[in-house]
Design a protein around this ligand. Sequence first.
Ligand code: CMP
Length: 309
Amino acid sequence: MGTLRDLQLALQLKIEELRQRDALIDELELELDTKDDLIRQLQIELDRHRSVALQASGVPDEPQRTKRQAISAEPTALDPSQLTDVTLNSYSKTKESRELIQRALLENDFMKHLEHGQILTIMDCMYPTSLTQGCCVIQEGDDGSTVYVLEEGMVEVTKEGKKLCTISPGKVFGELAILYNCTRTASVTALTDIKLWAIDRQGFQTIMMRTGLIKHSQYMEFLHRCSSTHYSDGDYIIRQGATGDTLFIISEGQVKVAQQKSASEEPVFLNTLSKGDWFGEQALKGDSLLNLFDLVVELVASKHREHSG
Ligand code: CMP
């Protein structure tokens, strides 16, 4: 009978349509889960930034919280003269652990801007440690002395008794107190037995400061290789259109910058440069080595006169 066959066909079509809708719903639910995960991750990052920002500003995040904490972006706890005394020990690791630590450092918002060499040295100096389920790894309010990367297990982060998040393997924690010289912004407890890689404040700060000092001595060496020249009031140091092959840094006095738009026009005053400013770099980095501006020494002589009078 045509009607029964038609009904069976219609039923099959409906079943197929429902199956397709179920598949679509499954797909959308999966997408929703991924987005939820992303939102959770972003929320965690935001909370972390807030933790530091609140300590930095000294503004309490809750009315009852009155503790204020000085914060500095520079790790200052270590005296630079002690740097040579600190021996950095390296600890052997499997390729997987090396990769896990590097990835964790590079994914951490507060550490990913470190130089590649610093990341490698930190990774090299991290030593293994482990704790059993329920142990307190970090106590909120303590002076921090260690930065960790979680290799195995799970930890929970809480602040004033409230759960902030859980952390899974491949993540850095305990970095805020060391980087910002503040007390621990939250507590961290082991939810399972955990394996960690750790680096102490002294080792961490030595790596940070040594890089800074090496750079500083390289800059000093560069400056020592530069020759110094004296110009008198009114002298031209650079003429617009002349070939430029020198970068100047002003150690004393002032320099006037002027530019002539065309041969028939008077030079237009642009700027006054003084101690610490530099000029001449535009011609050096340009395709043509022609100077774009006139630079005239100004006030040097009158400054000298003021000093002597
Ligand atoms: P530190 O303040 O040194 O010690 C506690 C650690 O918990 C902190 O560094 C961060 O690594 C981590 N932490 C603090 N606040 C948050 C947060 N809102 N979300 C995730 N981790 C946090």
